[in-house]
Write a protein that binds this ligand. Structure first.
Ligand code: KAL
Length: 259
């Protein structure tokens, strides 16, 4: 048993740019010898993702669109993947969205549409993808599904608001999916990363304060990096984590244990 992912294939959903956590995961998996397939949301992202994918040491890069709000498109994307590679060994789901105006002030002001949108993109999308993976028998040799969560789903974090409620739903989904897919030797886990400067965090009120508090209070007294999250994903994808499912691993310099 080792960390090598030589001969294995993984789908990475949610790379936006080189600061993305999904990109940190991609680099860790690629260094371990994995073949990677990327999906992106919307044409705006395509060029970035292709450029990044091409920069990896891969024989051939597969980059596909996947609008996570559209079940037909999810099915088509994963059917394309199946046609091309036959089966996959794992999937990294690094997708979240909420309307910016609902990530500030009172959670009480969340609209029905904003609530549904945040839950559809940030939580249901994992279930939708897992469902298609099973329908297509895409992880027929077993596999590992990893999603990204955040402390704001476990407790109150200022301004996280509807995203916190969506992450709580995602965390619960991880457990139920782990239960459903365990019989097929598919493990489902979440990584709860500390705050990292990514495109999705950009321009969100109070983010700098969160970073500062983390540096002051976390047991390791520092922030965490995309690479550290990537290496934890690598562990979860590897056989070393074969006994772990339905779990959330905090990669946050210990911050969640304080206070
Ligand atoms: C307490 C924290 C401070 C920030 C509060 C809320 C963060 C929410 C994350 C959520 C995913 C951000 C958005 O959906 C932003 C979106 O409205 C506008 N941005 C975009 O559309 C960009 C271009 C694209 C790439 O972004 C997305 N998401 O598609 C939470 C911090 C400390 C930790 C974080 C950032 C957690 C997290 O969930 O990302």
């Amino acid at each position: 048993m080792n960390l090598s992912l030589e001969g294995k294939t993984y789908v990475i959903m949610g790379v936006a740019n080189k600061r993305s956590i999904a990109w940190g995961i991609s680099q860790s998996l690629s260094k371990a010898g994995a073949t990677l397939i990327f999906t992106y949301a919307g044409e705006r992202m395509e060029k970035n993702v292709r450029q990044l994918a091409d920069s990896l040491d891969q024989e051939e890069t597969m980059v596909l669109p996947c609008d996570i709000t559209d079940d037909n498109e999810i099915e088509k994307t994963f059917q394309d993947i199946k046609d091309k590679v036959g089966h996959i060994d794992g999937l990294a789901h690094c997708i979240a969205f909420a309307n910016k105006e609902e990530l500030d002030g009172d959670y009480l002001n969340t609209t029905r549409d904003g609530f549904m949108l945040a839950h559809s993109i940030s939580s249901y999308s994992l279930t939708a993808v897992a469902k298609v993976i099973r329908e297509l028998d895409l992880m027929k040799e077993g596999g590992s599904i990893v999603t990204m969560t955040y402390l704001g789903g476990e407790r109150i974090v200022k301004n996280y608001n509807v995203m916190g409620v969506a992450k709580a739903s995602l965390d619960a989904s991880v457990q139920y999916l782990a239960n459903d897919l365990g019989k097929d030797s598919i493990r489902v886990n979440a990584i709860s990363a500390g705050p990292i400067r990514t495109l999705s965090a950009k321009g969100i009120g109070g983010f700098n304060d969160v970073l500062q508090e983390m540096e002051e209070k976390a047991p390791l007294n520092r922030l965490v990096t995309q690479e550290e999250v990537g290496d934890t994903a690598l562990f979860l994808m590897s056989d070393l984590a074969r006994g772990i499912t339905g779990e959330t691993i905090h990669v946050d310099a210990g911050y969640n244990k304080v206070g």
